[in-house]
Design a protein around this ligand. Structure first.
Ligand SMILES: C[S@@+](CC[C@H](N)C(=O)[O-])C[C@H]1O[C@@H](n2cnc3c(N)ncnc32)[C@H](O)[C@@H]1O
Length: 317
């Protein structure tokens, strides 16, 4: 079962109210999506996207799915096309993204996300895309693999892990990969286990992020989603990875700047206008009660911003 993270906080920051349109860019098990649809009521339309076709088919088959929900199989980086195709165009209420994978995807060994159950090296959220974990692990160069593990997994032993992976090829299953990574880290034992995590956690996360080009999708989504918001509508993002959180924080900051002229510039010449107002100076994190109940909430960070209107003129002194 997938428990929605920071659910009440998401609804509060989205300011869910009747008669407006909302979009959940990561429908998953439908926890946030159904809660938004129920709270907004029948006078609203709520769009649910997911790049995993299994997610969309499962949600579409639920007898109790609120009738004001419309589902689309799409990468959220294509949000503009989805809104154009749906005839909705712009969002008056808000857009939510709860990043990463769902417990349903991790628990299905066949999807290859888990290092605790044996399965094929897949890790594709969108099963129609061509790049899988098998290709990265078996065909990428040692340097490319080390860069992925270092950059996305933030593992300082990335080179040692990549060397062990390349030496052990061919590698076909998740447990085989997990065991190779664990053995390659044995000599660093104690130094790597800051949070007593399984040693393969960072490598699996890194390969998953590379397979699904997660940061690239997020970068495009943030830009396009904010341009689809009507004034007063909100953008709420829940991240589980420091690189994603940094990207959201930086994006909100840039879009909330009124002027980027040098400080001593007497007159504004940059013509920058803030398009977003940041609602969360610091990220919202889960309470200890929620973490006790749902360990996945431990690393969740929620950031929210509100779209400003077009008359928000530059007020450079
Ligand atoms: C953490 S789960 C969302 C759970 C959901 N909020 C709930 O309450 O059930 C993340 C979902 O986002 C989807 N996803 C991840 N990246 C995506 C992207 N770029 N475009 C669309 N869906 C994406 C995954 O397939 C997964 O189903």
């Amino acid at each position: 079962m997938h428990l929605p993270v920071l659910l009440e906080e998401s609804l509060e920051y989205l300011k869910v109210e009747p008669g407006k349109t909302y979009l959940d860019a990561t429908a998953g098990a439908g926890g946030h999506l159904s809660a938004i649809a129920k709270r907004a009521g029948e006078s609203s339309t709520v769009i649910g996207l997911d790049r995993d076709i299994n997610v969309i088919e499962r949600l579409g088959g639920l007898a109790d799915l609120p009738s004001n929900i419309r589902l689309f199989h799409s990468n959220f980086s294509d949000i503009k096309s989805v809104l154009a195709d749906s005839g909705i165009g712009t969002i008056s209420g808000g857009i939510l993204a709860d990043l990463g994978v769902s417990s349903m995807q991790i628990d299905n060994a066949e999807r290859g996300f888990s290092f605790q159950q044996d399965g094929p090296l897949d890790m594709r959220m969108d099963t129609t895309s061509s790049l899988s974990a098998h290709t990265i692990v078996n065909e990428f160069s040692e340097k490319e693999i080390a860069d992925i593990i270092f950059h996305y997994g933030e593992d300082r032993h990335a080179r040692a892990i990549a060397r062990a992976i390349v030496k052990s090829r061919p590698i076909d299953s998740t447990m085989q990969l997990a065991s190779i990574v664990t053995k390659s880290l044995a000599r660093f034992a104690g130094k790597n286990s800051k949070h007593n995590k399984n040693p393969a956690t960072r490598t699996f996360q890194a390969i998953r992020m590379a397979v699904n080009e997660e940061l690239l999708s997020l970068e495009k989504f943030l830009e396009d989603a904010s341009s689809c918001l009507e004034p007063g509508a909100r953008l709420v993002i829940i991240t589980f990875h420091s690189l994603e959180d940094r990207m959201v924080k930086q994006f909100f900051r840039t879009k909330s700047l009124q002027c980027i002229c040098p400080p001593r510039h007497p007159v504004c010449t940059c013509n920058t206008r803030a398009s977003l107002q940041i609602l969360t100076k610091k990220p919202i994190v889960a309470s200890s009660q929620e973490i006790d109940f749902n360990s996945r909430a431990r690393s969740a960070k929620l950031r929210a911003a509100e779209k400003l209107d077009d008359f928000n003129h530059n007020d450079h002194p």
